[in-house]
Every structure is written in structure tokens, then in C-alpha cells.
Design a protein around this ligand. Structure first.
Ligand code: ABF
Length: 235
């Protein structure tokens, strides 16, 4: 099976998992190619849910296209389950997220949810987080000061870029990637994250940081992981 097939497999498994919820609940829905597989698998069963809260503009668009009712998180007081992918997950369920740039809304929805179901293929499982560069969303004017603070923690920091608007011209500098919230993203490579909860809290305290893509406080409660032999459910 290739990685796309593994993503589809776990998307279908997550659909089966959330259909165990009583009808009429609101569902939290994540972002990324694995979450997209979940959305597509769930589309025929959308009537089972009263609505969804979405972690990005891209996910909102996909949900609406399938006919889901998308709710503003401010309208929702009880969110039983949030389903989303990850860039890396360790054996305790701590994750690096934000490769897709939606980390802030993902963390908000995760904090609202009673249960976080992480869906991924086995390539995302690691013994220690940090091989994938850690995304940190920032207020643009704080780029310099936040970069220096992150370097002090031992990271190699780069500003995430989007494709140049003039890709035809070699000399054109690329533009900073801008999140759904108007933030920029610093990707921090070279960290060995042995104490995710402590590092999450430390980075959160740097002035100018909107969100760090370390999900230790909001870690996964259930992991559905696909591999060649099928699906494992890890609690
Ligand atoms: C989101 O999508 C993220 O937090 C993570 O960055 C990414 C994983 O993407 P994919 O499922 O495409 O590998 O869940």
C-alpha cells in the first residue's frame, strides 16, 4: 500500500469510530490530507451530526462542499470529539502539528474537545519528537525577537515561505506564508523534544508567539494508525 492508500484506510477507520457517537452531536474536524480522507469518508453520513467545527478555511470549504453544516466555535459549548492528523506523534500521544499551517485553530478546537482522535499512517510515529521541524505561528513584527529566543533553545529557525507570486522569475524573493489568522510561521529544526509539555509552555511564553505546534497539553487521547497490516487503535 502506498501512503495515500494508508491515509484513506485510516480516514475510513475514523469514520467508523465517530459513527459510534450518539446522533446529533457536533464534530471537530482537522486539516490536511489525512483529515481530507476522513471528511470524504464521512460525507455520506453527515446527517448523523448536527454540525462540524473546522480547523481551517480549507477544511471549511471541503465540509461545505459535501453539505456539512459548519458552525462557528463560539456557538458550540460541547464538543465530544475532534479528529485530526499530525506530522509526528510520540508513544505518549504528544504531537507536532502545523505542517499544513493550521496549528492555531487546530489547538483551539483540540482544547474544546473532550477527546482528540489522532489519525495517521505509521510513518508519523516516532520515539522522540523533533525530526519534523516544529512550527511556531507568530505575530509578523515579532519575527526577530522570537527567532532569537528559539535559537537560544537550540533550534535552527526559518521563516516559512509560500511560492513566489512570480515563480517565472528566478530572482523574485518568495513571500512569507500567511496563516488563516494573518500570522507568519517559523519552522524550528534540530530540536530533540524529550520534555514536550515543558517546551510547549516555554515557547508559549515568548512574547509574539501566537501558538506553538507542539500538542502536549492537548495530546491525542486515541490514536488510529494505519500500516500494511491494517489499523491499530492505541489508547
Ligand atoms: C494537520 O495536517 C496538521 O496539524 C499536520 O500538520 C498535517 C498533517 O498532514 P497530512 O495528513 O497531510 O500528513 O493535521
Amino acid at each position: 500500500m502506498n501512503q495515500d492508500q494508508l491515509k484513506q484506510l485510516v480516514g475510513v477507520a475514523a469514520k467508523d469510530e465517530v459513527l459510534k457517537l450518539p446522533a446529533g452531536q457536533v464534530l471537530g474536524v482537522g486539516t490536511g490530507s489525512t483529515a481530507n480522507c476522513f471528511i470524504d469518508a464521512l460525507a455520506p453520513y453527515k446527517a448523523h451530526f448536527s454540525g462540524a467545527v473546522s480547523s481551517s478555511n480549507a477544511t471549511t470549504e471541503r465540509l461545505l462542499k459535501h453539505g456539512f453544516k459548519v458552525l462557528d466555535p463560539n456557538e458550540v459549548s460541547v464538543l465530544p470529539v475532534y479528529v485530526d492528523g499530525a506530522d509526528e506523534i510520540d508513544p505518549a500521544g504528544h504531537m507536532i502539528k502545523g505542517g499544513g499551517g493550521a496549528l492555531t485553530r487546530e489547538k483551539i478546537i483540540a482544547s474544546m474537545a473532550q477527546q482528540f482522535i489522532c489519525i495517521c499512517d505509521a510513518t508519523k510515529q516516532v520515539p522522540v519528537l523533533g525530526h519534523f521541524a516544529l512550527p511556531v505561528e507568530i505575530i509578523p513584527l515579532a519575527r526577530g525577537v522570537v527567532t532569537r529566543e528559539l535559537e537560544r533553545l537550540g533550534g535552527k529557525v526559518s521563516l516559512r515561505a509560500t511560492k513566489s507570486i512570480r515563480a517565472d522569475l528566478d530572482q523574485t524573493p518568495s513571500e512569507p506564508f500567511v496563516s488563516d489568522n494573518g500570522g507568519w510561521i517559523l519552522d524550528v529544526a534540530g530540536l530533540q523534544i524529550s520534555h514536550p509539555l515543558a517546551l510547549e509552555s516555554q515557547i508559549n511564553q515568548i512574547a509574539g508567539v501566537i501558538t506553538v505546534g507542539l500538542f502536549a497539553k492537548e495530546k491525542a487521547d486515541v490514536l488510529l494508525v494505519s500500516n500494511e497490516s491494517g489499523i491499530s487503535r492505541i489508547v
